[in-house]
Design a protein around this ligand. Structure first.
Ligand SMILES: [Fe+2]
Length: 350
């Protein structure tokens, strides 16, 4: 029984035309578009659906304003779907849709959909990396690309009033695996049927940059390598999309947690779309870790955000197989210490 990853996300937006253009420029494949919705997909078959705010096909409002209002998780078989449904149904209201999918609102407010997914196989060939005395490309140049083409939806990120409880709901009812904990900031997790470091990340909604309630933060897409990430970033900039990372913080960066290369683009509906490459891939032999958030957030950054500068960042990481790090963070508390100093410029390293 497996959940294979994000099968679809459904956005609610004020300006459908502008948001549609954003995703075209971002490199997604356009499936259909009319005056009420635009549908895009990526190589795995994962879909990104954009609808106008107030569209009656959207679930009941879980947070005010724009963003991802519904995340569909793709399940491997109908038997698996039935099993997950009965587990949810024992404790929560479940809505069965005509297409066979099932909806449920998690206690933190997030609307979750489940449906059977015929996930497509994806092929990638990042260019080998040369180093002195370690020649992987001899007389062979790197790939010349003319655009960035995201292949996967890697993860979604939401603010939560109790990020430990948000994870534990997914762990109990949907068999999600705990991968890492950025202490005071949030928990990273993945379903059992996919191997990206995380498919979902819940962020403490009491951080200074957070809205103080449940809400959508960002969505990330998998690309082949750093070259494709930077090509995408250059194209988005050329087409006039604002990029907070360029203006104030970050730019091209690499997280220590997850090892991923990343670059954020501001979406016209608020929140960010993330180009993402070279993340850790993990399975059930992975040992989760609990990190000081400053140490875990950045390995390096083109333009290091203020709170991540300086030589006083502790190399603080502990293995956390038993989830012992959760206890002090079980309910969202007003952030103290460095957590209370996070600014918008620091946000893009989280
Ligand atoms: Fe991310």
């Amino acid at each position: 029984m497996s959940i294979l990853g994000i099968e679809a996300v459904v956005f609610a937006v004020k300006d459908l035309e502008k948001n549609t253009q954003f995703w075209i420029d971002f490199g997604l494949n356009s499936v259909s578009s009319d005056e009420t919705e635009s549908v895009f997909d990526v190589a795995t078959g994962s879909k990104l659906i954009v609808r106008k705010l107030g569209d009656d096909r959207l679930p009941a409002e879980s947070f005010p304003g724009e963003g991802v209002k519904l995340t569909y998780w793709g399940v491997d078989t109908q038997d698996s779907l039935d099993d997950y449904t009965s587990r949810l149904e024992a404790d929560f209201d479940v809505i069965r849709q005509d297409d066979g999918s099932v909806l449920c609102q998690a206690p933190d407010g997030q609307w979750i959909g489940l449906r059977v997914w015929d996930k497509k196989v994806v092929f990638s060939q990042p260019d080998a990396v040369n180093a002195p005395g370690n020649i992987k490309r001899l007389n062979l140049h790197r790939t010349w690309r003319h655009k960035a083409i995201p292949k996967t939806i890697n993860h979604v990120v939401f603010f939560s009033g109790d990020y430990v409880a948000s994870f534990e709901f997914y762990q109990k009812y949907l068999d999600f695996r705990y991968t890492d904990h950025s202490k005071g900031v949030g928990i990273f997790a993945r379903p059992d049927g996919t191997h990206e470091h995380h498919s979902i990340f819940w962020v403490n909604d009491q951080l200074p940059v957070a809205p103080g309630r449940f809400g959508f933060m960002h969505i990330a897409f998998g690309l082949d390598d750093i070259d494709e990430v930077m090509l995408g970033a250059n194209i988005m900039e050329k087409r006039g999309w604002t990029n907070t990372s360029n203006n104030s913080s970050g730019g091209i960066s690499r997280h220590r947690i997850s090892s991923a290369i990343y670059y954020y683009c501001d979406m016209p509906c608020g929140g960010e779309a993330e180009y993402h490459a070279d993340t850790d891939y993990v399975d059930d032999n992975w040992v989760p870790r609990a990190w000081d958030f400053k140490f875990g957030s950045l390995l390096w950054s083109h333009n290091t955000p203020p709170i991540f500068r300086g030589d006083d960042i502790p190399w603080d990481m502990e293995f956390d197989l038993d989830q012992k790090s959760f206890e002090p963070f079980r309910i969202s508390r007003k952030p103290t210490g460095d957590l209370s100093k996070i600014t918008e410029e620091d946000e893009h390293a989280l």
